[in-house]
Design a binder for this molecule. Structure first.
Ligand code: SIN
Length: 288
Protein backbone atom coordinates (compact mmCIF):
# COMPACT_ATOMS: atom_id res chain seq x y z
CA UNK A 1 0.00 0.00 0.00
CA UNK A 2 1.44 3.41 -0.98
CA UNK A 3 1.76 6.07 1.69
CA UNK A 4 -0.65 8.99 1.72
CA UNK A 5 0.15 12.52 2.91
CA UNK A 6 -2.40 14.96 4.38
CA UNK A 7 -1.47 18.47 5.52
CA UNK A 8 -2.59 19.09 9.13
CA UNK A 9 -2.42 22.91 8.83
CA UNK A 10 -1.57 25.17 5.89
CA UNK A 11 1.54 26.45 7.70
CA UNK A 12 3.15 23.34 9.13
CA UNK A 13 2.78 19.57 9.43
CA UNK A 14 1.49 16.57 7.52
CA UNK A 15 0.10 13.25 8.67
CA UNK A 16 1.38 10.24 6.76
CA UNK A 17 -0.69 7.07 6.62
CA UNK A 18 -0.02 3.61 5.26
CA UNK A 19 3.58 3.31 6.46
CA UNK A 20 5.18 0.87 8.88
CA UNK A 21 8.56 2.46 9.61
CA UNK A 22 10.11 -0.96 10.35
CA UNK A 23 10.10 -2.06 6.73
CA UNK A 24 9.85 0.86 4.35
CA UNK A 25 10.52 0.45 0.64
CA UNK A 26 12.83 3.03 -0.95
CA UNK A 27 9.88 4.62 -2.76
CA UNK A 28 7.85 4.96 0.46
CA UNK A 29 10.88 6.41 2.22
CA UNK A 30 11.30 8.92 -0.63
CA UNK A 31 7.62 9.97 -0.24
CA UNK A 32 8.12 10.46 3.52
CA UNK A 33 11.30 12.48 2.99
CA UNK A 34 9.52 14.65 0.41
CA UNK A 35 6.61 15.28 2.81
CA UNK A 36 9.08 16.28 5.53
CA UNK A 37 10.82 18.74 3.18
CA UNK A 38 7.51 20.23 2.01
CA UNK A 39 5.63 20.36 5.34
CA UNK A 40 8.53 20.82 7.85
CA UNK A 41 6.96 18.37 10.30
CA UNK A 42 5.50 14.89 9.78
CA UNK A 43 3.38 12.63 11.96
CA UNK A 44 3.05 8.85 11.68
CA UNK A 45 0.63 7.19 14.07
CA UNK A 46 0.40 3.60 15.31
CA UNK A 47 4.08 2.69 15.01
CA UNK A 48 5.60 -0.20 16.98
CA UNK A 49 9.28 0.68 17.16
CA UNK A 50 12.09 -0.75 19.25
CA UNK A 51 15.05 1.54 19.90
CA UNK A 52 16.90 -0.26 17.09
CA UNK A 53 13.97 0.40 14.71
CA UNK A 54 13.94 4.07 15.69
CA UNK A 55 17.68 4.34 15.05
CA UNK A 56 17.43 2.50 11.72
CA UNK A 57 14.64 4.79 10.46
CA UNK A 58 16.48 7.90 11.72
CA UNK A 59 19.72 6.91 9.98
CA UNK A 60 17.98 6.80 6.61
CA UNK A 61 17.97 10.62 6.83
CA UNK A 62 21.70 10.91 7.59
CA UNK A 63 24.26 10.58 10.36
CA UNK A 64 22.92 11.08 13.88
CA UNK A 65 23.87 13.84 16.30
CA UNK A 66 24.52 12.94 19.93
CA UNK A 67 21.84 14.10 22.38
CA UNK A 68 21.96 17.69 23.66
CA UNK A 69 23.65 18.55 26.95
CA UNK A 70 20.66 18.99 29.29
CA UNK A 71 20.23 19.76 32.97
CA UNK A 72 21.76 16.41 33.94
CA UNK A 73 23.99 16.06 30.89
CA UNK A 74 23.18 13.60 28.13
CA UNK A 75 20.69 10.95 29.20
CA UNK A 76 20.30 7.88 26.99
CA UNK A 77 18.91 4.39 27.48
CA UNK A 78 21.75 1.97 28.36
CA UNK A 79 23.54 0.91 25.16
CA UNK A 80 21.86 3.59 23.00
CA UNK A 81 24.01 6.74 23.16
CA UNK A 82 22.30 8.26 20.08
CA UNK A 83 18.86 8.20 21.76
CA UNK A 84 17.87 11.01 24.05
CA UNK A 85 15.17 10.39 26.67
CA UNK A 86 12.57 13.09 27.37
CA UNK A 87 10.78 12.05 30.55
CA UNK A 88 9.67 13.00 34.05
CA UNK A 89 9.91 9.39 35.30
CA UNK A 90 12.34 8.62 38.14
CA UNK A 91 14.57 5.56 38.36
CA UNK A 92 15.02 3.33 41.42
CA UNK A 93 17.42 5.85 42.97
CA UNK A 94 15.01 8.73 42.50
CA UNK A 95 16.95 10.25 39.57
CA UNK A 96 15.10 11.30 36.39
CA UNK A 97 15.54 8.82 33.52
CA UNK A 98 15.30 11.71 31.05
CA UNK A 99 15.26 15.49 30.59
CA UNK A 100 12.72 18.33 30.83
CA UNK A 101 10.62 17.03 33.74
CA UNK A 102 6.85 17.69 33.62
CA UNK A 103 6.93 21.46 33.20
CA UNK A 104 6.40 23.58 30.14
CA UNK A 105 9.14 23.52 27.51
CA UNK A 106 9.07 26.95 25.86
CA UNK A 107 9.24 27.62 22.12
CA UNK A 108 12.61 26.74 20.64
CA UNK A 109 14.39 24.98 17.85
CA UNK A 110 16.89 22.29 18.76
CA UNK A 111 20.52 23.07 19.46
CA UNK A 112 20.70 26.28 17.44
CA UNK A 113 23.47 27.31 19.84
CA UNK A 114 25.76 25.16 17.64
CA UNK A 115 27.39 26.51 14.47
CA UNK A 116 25.81 23.60 12.57
CA UNK A 117 22.57 22.63 14.36
CA UNK A 118 20.86 19.28 13.68
CA UNK A 119 18.69 19.26 10.53
CA UNK A 120 15.92 17.28 12.18
CA UNK A 121 14.68 15.69 15.39
CA UNK A 122 12.25 12.81 15.94
CA UNK A 123 10.18 12.05 18.99
CA UNK A 124 8.55 8.64 19.54
CA UNK A 125 5.94 8.19 22.27
CA UNK A 126 6.34 5.23 24.65
CA UNK A 127 4.23 6.41 27.60
CA UNK A 128 1.91 9.41 27.69
CA UNK A 129 -0.05 11.14 30.46
CA UNK A 130 -3.89 11.09 30.34
CA UNK A 131 -3.86 14.81 29.52
CA UNK A 132 -1.36 17.61 28.96
CA UNK A 133 2.11 17.31 27.47
CA UNK A 134 0.88 18.30 24.00
CA UNK A 135 3.66 19.41 21.65
CA UNK A 136 3.17 22.47 19.44
CA UNK A 137 4.90 23.24 16.16
CA UNK A 138 5.28 26.58 14.47
CA UNK A 139 5.88 26.92 10.71
CA UNK A 140 8.70 29.42 10.35
CA UNK A 141 8.55 29.54 6.54
CA UNK A 142 4.90 30.61 6.57
CA UNK A 143 5.76 33.07 9.38
CA UNK A 144 8.62 34.43 7.28
CA UNK A 145 6.47 34.82 4.15
CA UNK A 146 3.93 36.82 6.21
CA UNK A 147 6.43 39.09 7.99
CA UNK A 148 5.21 42.70 8.05
CA UNK A 149 7.46 44.90 5.87
CA UNK A 150 8.73 46.97 8.80
CA UNK A 151 9.87 43.88 10.73
CA UNK A 152 11.46 42.41 7.63
CA UNK A 153 13.40 45.63 6.94
CA UNK A 154 14.71 45.68 10.51
CA UNK A 155 16.19 42.16 10.42
CA UNK A 156 17.18 41.81 6.76
CA UNK A 157 20.90 40.97 6.51
CA UNK A 158 21.32 40.74 10.29
CA UNK A 159 22.29 37.86 12.56
CA UNK A 160 20.83 36.64 15.83
CA UNK A 161 22.80 35.24 18.77
CA UNK A 162 21.39 31.84 19.88
CA UNK A 163 21.86 30.89 23.53
CA UNK A 164 23.40 27.67 24.82
CA UNK A 165 23.03 28.40 28.53
CA UNK A 166 19.49 27.18 29.29
CA UNK A 167 17.32 24.45 27.81
CA UNK A 168 13.66 24.87 26.89
CA UNK A 169 12.56 23.73 30.35
CA UNK A 170 14.46 26.69 31.85
CA UNK A 171 17.17 24.42 33.29
CA UNK A 172 20.84 25.38 33.21
CA UNK A 173 22.76 23.00 30.97
CA UNK A 174 25.18 20.83 32.89
CA UNK A 175 28.59 22.48 33.39
CA UNK A 176 27.54 25.87 31.93
CA UNK A 177 27.92 29.16 33.84
CA UNK A 178 24.55 30.89 34.39
CA UNK A 179 24.16 34.28 32.71
CA UNK A 180 21.46 36.61 31.43
CA UNK A 181 23.89 38.48 29.21
CA UNK A 182 23.60 37.33 25.58
CA UNK A 183 27.13 38.53 24.83
CA UNK A 184 28.64 36.46 27.66
CA UNK A 185 26.48 33.40 27.00
CA UNK A 186 27.83 30.43 25.02
CA UNK A 187 26.10 30.08 21.69
CA UNK A 188 26.24 30.76 17.97
CA UNK A 189 25.38 33.57 15.55
CA UNK A 190 23.04 32.72 12.70
CA UNK A 191 21.30 34.75 9.96
CA UNK A 192 17.86 35.97 11.07
CA UNK A 193 16.44 34.72 7.77
CA UNK A 194 17.81 31.47 6.37
CA UNK A 195 17.61 29.90 2.97
CA UNK A 196 16.35 26.35 3.46
CA UNK A 197 18.94 24.12 1.76
CA UNK A 198 16.38 21.57 0.52
CA UNK A 199 13.38 23.65 -0.60
CA UNK A 200 15.04 27.06 -1.12
CA UNK A 201 12.40 28.91 0.91
CA UNK A 202 13.10 31.78 3.30
CA UNK A 203 12.70 30.81 6.95
CA UNK A 204 12.68 32.98 10.05
CA UNK A 205 15.28 31.52 12.43
CA UNK A 206 14.70 32.67 15.99
CA UNK A 207 15.98 29.66 18.00
CA UNK A 208 14.89 30.53 21.52
CA UNK A 209 13.93 33.79 23.18
CA UNK A 210 16.03 33.73 26.35
CA UNK A 211 19.45 35.42 25.94
CA UNK A 212 18.69 36.13 22.29
CA UNK A 213 20.12 39.27 20.68
CA UNK A 214 19.96 40.87 17.22
CA UNK A 215 23.24 42.36 16.06
CA UNK A 216 23.54 46.07 15.36
CA UNK A 217 20.96 47.17 17.95
CA UNK A 218 21.16 48.20 21.59
CA UNK A 219 19.95 45.52 24.02
CA UNK A 220 16.71 47.49 24.54
CA UNK A 221 16.09 47.87 20.79
CA UNK A 222 16.96 44.22 20.17
CA UNK A 223 14.58 43.05 22.93
CA UNK A 224 11.72 45.15 21.53
CA UNK A 225 12.31 43.80 18.03
CA UNK A 226 12.55 40.22 19.29
CA UNK A 227 9.25 40.62 21.18
CA UNK A 228 7.58 41.76 17.95
CA UNK A 229 9.10 38.92 15.93
CA UNK A 230 8.10 36.28 18.49
CA UNK A 231 4.55 37.64 18.73
CA UNK A 232 4.29 37.48 14.94
CA UNK A 233 5.80 33.99 14.54
CA UNK A 234 3.75 32.26 17.23
CA UNK A 235 0.31 33.40 16.04
CA UNK A 236 -2.25 30.56 15.87
CA UNK A 237 -2.30 30.74 12.05
CA UNK A 238 1.27 29.37 11.92
CA UNK A 239 0.87 26.69 14.60
CA UNK A 240 -0.14 23.00 14.91
CA UNK A 241 -0.92 21.41 18.31
CA UNK A 242 -0.09 17.73 18.55
CA UNK A 243 -2.13 15.64 20.99
CA UNK A 244 -0.10 12.49 21.53
CA UNK A 245 -1.25 8.89 21.20
CA UNK A 246 0.92 5.89 22.00
CA UNK A 247 3.05 4.87 19.04
CA UNK A 248 3.16 8.34 17.45
CA UNK A 249 6.36 9.26 15.68
CA UNK A 250 6.80 12.96 14.97
CA UNK A 251 9.73 14.36 13.02
CA UNK A 252 10.45 18.04 12.58
CA UNK A 253 12.82 20.18 10.56
CA UNK A 254 14.83 22.33 12.94
CA UNK A 255 15.55 24.93 10.25
CA UNK A 256 11.94 25.65 9.45
CA UNK A 257 10.00 24.99 12.68
CA UNK A 258 10.02 25.80 16.38
CA UNK A 259 8.30 23.63 18.98
CA UNK A 260 7.13 23.85 22.58
CA UNK A 261 5.47 21.48 25.05
CA UNK A 262 2.61 21.98 27.49
CA UNK A 263 3.18 21.03 31.14
CA UNK A 264 1.44 17.92 32.51
CA UNK A 265 0.69 16.31 35.87
CA UNK A 266 4.05 15.37 37.42
CA UNK A 267 2.45 12.30 39.03
CA UNK A 268 1.64 10.91 35.58
CA UNK A 269 4.29 9.21 33.44
CA UNK A 270 5.52 10.45 30.08
CA UNK A 271 8.39 8.75 28.22
CA UNK A 272 9.59 9.82 24.78
CA UNK A 273 12.65 8.67 22.89
CA UNK A 274 14.27 11.21 20.59
CA UNK A 275 16.90 11.10 17.85
CA UNK A 276 18.52 13.90 15.91
CA UNK A 277 19.87 14.06 12.37
CA UNK A 278 23.21 15.83 12.15
CA UNK A 279 23.28 19.20 10.40
CA UNK A 280 24.14 18.86 6.71
CA UNK A 281 24.83 22.59 6.16
CA UNK A 282 25.74 25.61 8.24
CA UNK A 283 22.75 27.97 8.20
CA UNK A 284 23.06 30.35 5.21
CA UNK A 285 21.35 33.73 4.84
CA UNK A 286 18.45 34.07 2.42
CA UNK A 287 19.69 36.60 -0.11
CA UNK A 288 16.78 38.15 -1.99
C1 SIN B 1 11.53 18.65 23.05
O1 SIN B 1 11.58 19.86 23.13
O2 SIN B 1 12.26 18.01 22.31
C2 SIN B 1 10.52 17.90 23.87
C3 SIN B 1 9.17 18.01 23.32
C4 SIN B 1 8.19 17.18 24.08
O3 SIN B 1 8.51 16.68 25.17
O4 SIN B 1 7.08 17.03 23.61
Amino acid sequence: MAVTVRAVTPAVGAEISGADLRGLSDSDFAAIERAWTNHSMILLRGQKLSDDDLLAFSRRFGALDPPPNQERGRISPPGYPDIYVVSNVLDGKGDPIGALGAGEAVWHTDMSYLDTPPDASMLYSLEIPPSGGNTWFCGMQAACDALPADLLAKIKGRRIKHDGTYNSGGYLRKGVTPTDDPMAAPGAWHPAILRHPANGRATLYLGRRRNSYIEGYSRVESDALLEALWAHATQPRFVYEHVWKLGDLVMWDNRSTMHRRDPFDGEARRIMHRTQIKGSHKPVAFAA
